[in-house]
Design a protein. Sequence first.
Length: 462
Amino acid sequence: MIEIDKIKRVYLLGIGGIGMSALARYFHFIGKVVDGYDKTPSALTLDLENEGIAIHYDDDLQKVPTLAAKDSTVVIYTPAVPADFAEFCYFRDNGFSIYKRSAVLGLLTSGKQCIAISGTHGKTSVTTMTAHLLKQSHVDCSAFMGGISKNYGTNLLLPDNKSPYIVVEADEFDRSFLQLHPRLAVITWMDADHLDIYGDHESVIKAFAEFVSQIEDGGTLLYRKGANIHRHWNQKIGYFSYSVTEEADYQAVNIRIIDGAYHFDLKSPFGEIKNLTLTYPGLMNVENAVAACGMALLSGVTQEEIRTALTGYSGVVRRFDVRYTGKKTIYIDDYAHHPRELEATIRSVRDLYPGKRITGIFQPHLFSRTKDFAGDFAAALDLLDDALVMEIYPARESPVEGVDSDLILSKMKLKSRLRCQKSQIPDILGNYQHEILLTLGAGDIDRLADPIITYLRQNEDV
């Protein structure tokens, strides 16, 4: 395995990915020469370039910078990089040290007090909340987050002191989280997802079981009440449950909304913390906060530190992200790309804005996911008042015959539903009397945010 002290240069294939960019920032911070490739420019790659990291966007070997000696250069790639991609083949065929992102993250967490946040939904929010609670306490931490924290404007945190804690998002895609051996861990959900990788739900659960088996002896697992967790997965650790709706070891009780903020009491094995405040919207974020508070308490953060830090939590970019508040419309952008996430987001909007008309624009992510969950997507989108469904964002996949946005629309019961092209938005919005506008999806739908905001400003406040 690589020895970090001997590395002089790090080259990242897919450097604009949220996990890859955090690694790029880390190696740049510790003084390595960092550069990389990505398919298209984005706000994140532009930020990296502004931080001094060189990036190119053409599949052209001539644009790969001159690299240091092979024994002091490391190439990191994501599973999204095709095996026949020219740069990948070049590095592989010329004897460079090549590692998946997950393997490098496993190396960086080795020997640390690793807090790994896993689950098919909610892990980015729980990771970011946990990191914030530790960062704002005497405990401190470093963190590799799967989203951009609004509090810090980055997906990488580094400790101000010599804190042994490192908080990481443990991604189940491609079984990446099996590179980790945490001291503390969270499992939020274990729904069927990434079936292009796992094949069936049972295989997803088996991967989570293996993840639990890798928690260090004497460590702790905190899991959402109702998750199909079995203690025989690892008999050398402690188990705690959390919930907002059921009796659990960590439980939010007396939940109420006051002036748009959630207030609740937290029951825990450490005692009850009264009147916590979460200004970040969405009931699912109260549940996420319970998990994060549990991790913080288990890490030694005090109750008063939790109270203060939670009140100041600002959220994550593209997670229930209120982008615009006008005279007629509130616009929220969210990363939801699984049926359960769509349902949770829409129901949270209903709770916060009762009686308001909700128009949602959804971009399905992956042909395989659309095929596997078309009926569930339809049921979730039926919770809207108006639904606009864009073309499928393919990401790493090739088209699948018979699978397109119409597959979802054909299963919906909502009368006000429409298939639309990305190019039709935001002009098409004039046909709807929306009070709450949502954009939903994990593809490139976020690139519509600025044009939508411009449209709303021009048409809402006149």
